[in-house]
Ligand binder design. Structure first.
Ligand SMILES: NC(=O)c1ccc[n+]([C@@H]2O[C@H](COP(=O)([O-])OP(=O)(O)OC[C@H]3O[C@@H](n4cnc5c(N)ncnc54)[C@H](OP(=O)(O)O)[C@@H]3O)[C@@H](O)[C@H]2O)c1
Length: 322
């Protein structure tokens, strides 16, 4: 079968390592199911792999693509939870399994016509979501869902600040927070993206780093270095800053006086549990919530799709269909 594969590592030019090649059809191992892939959405995780973060050259080639929607051999339309982990090893929480990995590193990924995945990772796709929309859910959307409602415990009527207008996680957070009755404020670098995010439902948009009219209850930050100090300045006393990414750098300066005197909670968040993916899909189904898709690419153009993600110009999710 045809597959988009990481063939080599390059820290400076990760997309150069993406090749479309013929690989053997996967076989389902014990506890696994085969899924015919209908759509895959891209995440930075694959770009980190192509840069050699978390993988060594000996692990290559590996089929890329961790967010899959497709159909099982018995005709079930599914979304695949992208975390490969054992809840028991994590004391009942798969996110705490010390050996957890993701599809496309722990196992071969989904940028192909067929993928073998753990059967427990299969979740029913609501009929109301297209395969392209459903493929956006397992990583970026699930991460945004958990940041907002589990780690950030945001409630209707509260104000949330989302740092970064156009990101996959950021656009998901804006859409979900709006659907849940929050007041949503967003920062963004470009006027075009700020306008687009307003159309997604943001109540107010600001330039990156701008002073806000008042402090917010919860901050959603996946940017890191470029927004961190602004996040801490923008949250109200007793509020929460939730962090799930560091696109602009992971090493930051923190004013500890502000942190403890203002009783600010800083929460790390990574991915989400399978049951949270079920809840997220139910929310999308019930309320008509849909991901914003930046572009859909054919498998043969997987490198072009990764270029789009790496460029920083995408607004919403980049999707590939085999
Ligand atoms: N922990 C997890 O489970 C998890 C899951 C998914 C993603 N992530 C991480 O979260 C991060 C975002 O992922 P994504 O898929 O949303 O990426 P993305 O679609 O490429 O978005 C990147 C975001 O970062 C903002 N940004 C980048 N550089 C910036 C700078 N110098 N100043 C201000 N804003 C900047 C962009 O803002 P503009 O729109 O204004 O340009 C955009 O919102 C990545 O680091 C990824 O690895 C983590």
């Amino acid at each position: 079968m045809r597959a988009a594969v990481a063939t080599r590592i390059s820290a400076d030019d990760p997309v150069a390592g993406v090749e479309i090649v013929d690989v053997p059809e996967p076989e389902a191992g014990p506890g696994q199911a085969l899924v015919t892939v209908e759509a895959v959405s891209l995440n930075h995780h694959d770009l980190w792999t192509l840069r050699g973060v978390g993988v060594s050259e000996e692990r290559l080639p590996v089929v890329l693509g961790s967010d899959v929607a497709g159909v099982t051999a018995d005709g079930r339309e599914v979304v695949v939870h992208s975390l490969v982990a054992d809840p028991e090893r994590g004391g009942g929480d798969e996110l705490l399994d010390p050996r957890r990995g993701m599809l496309a590193d722990a196992l071969q990924g989904g940028l192909a016509t067929t993928v073998a995945v753990p059967a427990r990772n299969l979740v029913d796709k609501p009929a109301s979501l297209s395969f392209e929309e459903a493929a956006c859910m397992p990583t970026a959307w699930l991460t945004a869902y958990r940041m907002l409602f589990v780690r950030g415990a945001a409630r209707p009527g509260q104000t949330v600040l989302v740092q970064g207008a156009g990101g996959g996680v950021a656009t998901a957070a804006v859409t979900l927070a709006t659907a849940a009755g929050l007041r949503v404020w967003v920062t963004g670098r470009s006027p075009e993206k700020r306008e687009k995010v307003r159309a997604l439902g943001a109540d107010a948009v600001f330039e990156t780093g701008a002073r806000l009219p008042e402090r917010v209850d919860v901050v959603i930050d996946t940017v890191g270095h470029a927004t961190w100090e602004h996040s801490l300045r923008s949250v109200r006393p007793g509020g929460t800053v939730v962090v799930a990414g560091a696109t602009a750098g992971a090493v930051v300066k923190t004013d500890l006086f502000r942190l403890f005197l203002q009783q600010i909670t800083v929460c790390g968040s990574a991915m989400g549990r399978r049951e949270e993916l079920v809840d997220l899909l139910a929310l999308c189904d019930a309320r008509g919530v849909r991901p914003h898709i930046d572009s859909v690419h054919a498998l043969e153009d997987a490198a072009g799709a990764f270029e789009r993600l790496a460029s920083g110009h995408a607004f919403g999710k980049v999707v590939v269909t085999p």
